[in-house]
Design a protein around this ligand. Structure first.
Ligand code: ATP
Ligand code: MG
Ligand code: MG
Length: 590
């Protein structure tokens, strides 16, 4: 499809499907059941992918890339994408994160419900549900002389692993008899040994040029409560051991991960080949494919660093509207469609990529432009007093005005508001002494109050410090927008406003980039040192009456100001709070 950006994975899957690479796959009962790989018919899914987050934090924009890639490929090829929690590291994992991840994948618009008439209707899986199988597979490797229990200290093990230039050194425990290894492994499982006192390792090749093949660890002893399996286990599988097994049990065809796992691929293949030989897993084995990580300027995309921002109080939480987490972006006002478009537009390649933040904002603006209702808001309010109002219209008169909710979408209807003797205007729409090229309010100049009337500025009021407290003007009769002859009086400036008599007071949360540098964590710089001290400002102002009591998460274009969203947490009808999503134009670097 020429319209789609380059994506080597799509090309690869097309070719494999033509070649029938995955045609003979069997699909049995629930993954992890003993019956799973024995019984069953042909897998009805032509391809199976998975998004496998570790529930140790909130999802960020980098994860969105991976989610859209995996679920998007499954959709395009009529396959399935599983949501799988890679929960093999109990100390850092929490139910709160599991729930937040589920919510965000759904918010993005993806579904792990079965597309086929299978035994199960949901493809939401937990790696921890396979712990029994993983343990059986470990005993199997031991029985075949392919794994051993190593009792070296952690330091000795590290030292004996060697490095890129030096081959490793065999552990003194490497050649102990199978029966002894099996007994030791069972003692580990049964809680007879201290945390960290020994590990189970695969027996491959301590001299391999690939360090990942120098007898990688399979199991460690760790007395930790697990969010899913509770206190049932005191040994936990290592990520590198668990992940290939999870993929194979779920009949995954394409196990897509980021480039840093490239050197793990020979191990991934080695492990699955051994378990297939032993009859524990079916063929064909899933294959790992690596793609380039997405990096976005002016943010950090590492759960560890994002967690530090939260824990150290630099932001209000994981869903702070400045955070590049999906929860934060949602609260900021990003639409799922814009995030999906961004992910799609950035393709998939074999190199890590840096994308400018303006690309993400561009996708957002493109989505909001066509759908966000327009409204007027005054963010830095100053009263404008129309001193001849009562003479022209009579005291107490309010002139009804209206405007389309959206200029290109007549079906969104009209919005109504009133023009009276006092209106709120932006402070910077007035200048006592105008700079060259300033066409808005200054004494002697006429401007149009948008959708209202032309007014002529006559002066201002000031406090004892000389600060302007009100602007004075006269209304010019017979200039009401949309009435015959309204344009007879020519003006160079049109300003936005809200009538004081029906204005709705609101808080505006004005957000800017969280960091001052495009690559906050470049080199060995501490990202904390480049936090933007001006990334958030809270100001009080007014919105037009149509915005009284809008639902949280409603998005608007405030004319001249940009896109805003009613904050999903703080906004109430009594105390409206609008977050600035983004300006009307790209202003980054200005
Ligand atoms: P982090 O480095 O932020 O902790 P992670 O990779 O350790 O992220 P996981 O929960 O393991 O977090 O990630 C789930 C999936 O999301 C993985 O397949 C991972 O490759 C992918 N992923 C994470 N970050 C990015 C990114 N920046 N670009 C593309 N994919 C990513
Ligand atoms: Mg990870
Ligand atoms: Mg990580």
């Amino acid at each position: 499809d020429a319209a789609k950006p380059a994506n080597f994975l799509r090309t690869l899957i097309e070719r494999e499907l033509q070649d029938g690479v995955y045609a003979q796959r069997q699909w049995g009962g629930s993954p992890g059941d003993a019956a799973h790989h024995a019984a069953g018919g042909a897998d009805p899914a032509p391809v199976r992918l998975r998004f496998p987050p570790e529930p140790n934090g909130y999802l960020h924009i980098g994860h969105a890339k991976s989610i859209c890639l995996n679920f998007g490929l499954a959709r395009d090829f009529g396959g399935v994408c599983h949501l799988r929690f890679d929960d093999t590291n109990p100390e850092k994992e929490e139910q709160e994160y599991v729930d937040a991840i589920v919510e965000m994948v759904q918010w993005l618009g993806w579904s792990w419900q079965a597309h086929f008439n299978e035994q199960h209707t949901s493809h939401l899986f937990y790696a921890s549900n396979y712990f029994d199988f993983m343990y059986r597979a470990a005993e199997h490797l031991v029985e075949r002389g392919l794994a051993y229990v190593d009792e070296q200290s952690a330091e000795a093990m590290r030292a004996n692993r060697g490095d890129f230039t030096t081959p490793g050194t065999d552990s003194p425990w490497r050649n102990r008899p199978v029966a002894e290894n099996l007994a030791r492994l069972r003692e580990m499982r049964d809680g007879r040994h201290a945390d960290g006192s020994m590990v189970l390792r695969a027996k491959i090749d301590m001299a391999s040029p690939n360090i990942n093949l120098r007898d990688p660890a399979l199991y460690r002893i760790k007395r930790a409560h697990h969010h899913n399996t509770g206190d049932r286990w005191c040994i936990y599988p290592m990520y590198a051991y668990a992940h290939p097994i999870e993929d194979a049990l779920e009949n995954i065809t394409h196990s897509i991960c980021t480039l840093e796992f490239e050197d793990q691929r020979p191990w991934y293949d080695w492990l699955l080949a051994r378990l297939i030989e032993g009859g524990l897993l079916n063929t064909p084995a899933p294959k790992q494919h690596e793609f380039g990580r997405l990096n976005l300027t002016y943010v950090v995309t590492s759960k560890r660093k994002l967690k530090a921002l939260v824990d150290e109080g630099h932001v209000s939480g994981w869903d702070d509207p400045r955070m590049p987490t999906l929860a934060g972006m949602r609260r900021r006002g990003y639409t799922p469609a814009a995030v999906r478009k961004f992910a799609e537009d950035t393709g998939a390649s074999k190199t890590n990529i840096w994308i400018d933040y303006s690309v993400l904002e561009g996708a957002l603006r493109a989505d909001l432009e066509g759908q966000a209702p327009r409204a007027m808001a005054v963010i830095d309010p100053l009263p404008l007093k129309l001193t001849n109002w009562d003479t022209v219209f009579g005291a107490g008169h309010v002139e009804p005005c209206s405007a389309p909710a959206h200029p290109q979408q007549p079906d969104l209807g009209q919005r109504s508001f009133g023009l009276g003797p006092v209106v709120w205007i932006e402070r910077d729409d007035f200048a006592e002494v105008p700079a060259k090229g300033f066409f808005r309010l200054f004494p002697g100049n006429k401007v149009r109050l948008k959708y209202g009337m032309v007014v002529e500025c006559t002066g201002c009021e000031k406090d004892t410090d000389g600060r302007v407290t009100a602007v004075l003007a006269t209304v010019v009769p017979d200039t009401k927008s949309g009435t015959p002859g309204a344009d007879a009086v020519k003006v160079k400036g049109t300003i936005t406003w809200v009538g004081a008599q029906d204005a709705v007071a609101a808080s505006f949360h004005l957000y800017d980039r969280l960091f001052t540098e495009p690559q906050p964590d470049a080199g060995d710089r501490d990202f904390r040192s480049v936090l933007n001290p001006h990334s958030k400002a809270v100001v009080q102002g007014y919105v037009e009456p149509a915005l009284a009591a809008v639902a949280a998460e409603s998005r608007f274009q405030f004319e001249r100001h940009g896109y805003f969203v009613a904050d999903r947490v703080l906004h109430t009808a009594a105390a409206p709070v609008f977050n600035r999503i983004t300006g009307l134009k790209d202003s980054w670097g200005k």
